[in-house]
Design a protein around this ligand. Structure first.
Ligand code: MF3
Ligand code: CO
Ligand code: CO
Length: 284
């Protein structure tokens, strides 16, 4: 977001005094607090909420059409067309040189899979489709898993339990809790099911930019890391592996992240708002 616009909103909609007072109280207890620029104001939240509605509609549209035999490029086409119809922009396209409008990550691909005319969806595949929408300058980011045709029980279980990892993180994402509480909840659930948690990538602040502070690790210690202040908007997006946690990056395209051991991986992502009473999902 443009700095002048941010300053205008900051002037008209400053952070409420009781929030500032509580932040000060926690700072004295040596907790890590966000900069005020990461506490979104009502006008910004409205903008992000609208971007989130479009992002959710785009993922719904993907869900209507995704099927065996389709290429991941066709998914890219659906996302690009649907986003444009809503008057919005796909954030991934040209982001740090990324070549497509969406990420499509199949089976042992952890994230950042690049759509291709050469990759068809096969019966039994599991795929993550990760969309980020920009509407009127505001960003919203979410991803879902899709089961293609007849999927093995083992893969189905991974997909379902990964969603429960996200839900465990969501339940921990309470006002005045910490980022570490989220990572603790996610990893505790994942490990209880025998899965491992990817460490190198995580959730992130979002809204005025694609990736903002804080980094939201999906492992962590309770009560550590940045405090979750009402008005913060960030993603929770656990990447959960059937095998070991290690990942590697494709040396040719420099984007695709694979599991090191070749095991399957799943991911679900929401953008959420911390409110004074809990949280609100802005896109899913
Ligand atoms: N949407 C991803 C995330 O959840 C980021 C993708 S970056 C891209 O943060 F360039 F690959 F699109
Ligand atoms: Co995403
Ligand atoms: Co994200």
């Amino acid at each position: 977001m443009d700095e002048l616009l941010w300053e205008k909103i900051d002037r008209e909609q400053p952070v409420a005094p009781h929030i500032l007072a509580k932040m000060e109280e926690m700072r004295k207890k040596r907790m890590i607090l966000p900069e005020l620029k990461y506490i979104k104001r009502p006008a910004m939240i409205e903008g992000i909420r609208k971007a989130g509605e479009v992002n959710t509609a785009v993922l719904d549209e993907v869900g209507k059409h995704i099927r065996a035999g389709m290429t991941t490029q066709e998914i890219d086409d659906i996302v690009a067309d649907c986003t444009a119809k809503h008057g919005a922009i796909c954030a991934p396209l040209h982001f740090e040189g990324y070549p497509k409008s969406v990420c499509t990550s199949i089976n042992n691909v952890v994230c950042h899979g690049i759509p291709s005319r050469l990759r068809k969806l096969h019966d039994g595949d599991i795929i993550n489709v990760d969309c980020t929408t920009i509407l009127d300058g505001y960003y919203a980011d979410a991803s879902r898993m899709f089961l293609i045709g007849n999927v093995s029980e083992e893969r189905k279980r991974l997909v379902e339990e990964t969603k429960k990892c996200l839900e465990a993180g969501l339940a921990a994402a309470q006002p005045w809790a910490t980022v570490g509480d989220i990572g603790y909840a996610v990893s505790k659930y994942a490990h209880s099911k025998g899965y491992s948690v990817v460490r190198e990538l995580g959730g992130h602040g979002v809204g005025l930019e694609f990736h903002e502070d804080p980094f939201v690790a999906h492992i962590g210690k309770r009560g550590t890391g940045m405090v979750l202040v009402p008005g913060m908007v960030f993603t929770i997006e656990p990447m959960i592996n059937m095998g070991k946690a290690g990942v590697m990056i494709d040396p040719y395209d420099d984007w695709t992240i694979y599991t090191k051991d070749g095991s399957d991986s799943a991911q679900w992502e929401y953008t959420i708002l911390i409110t004074e009473t809990g949280n609100e999902i802005l896109t899913y």
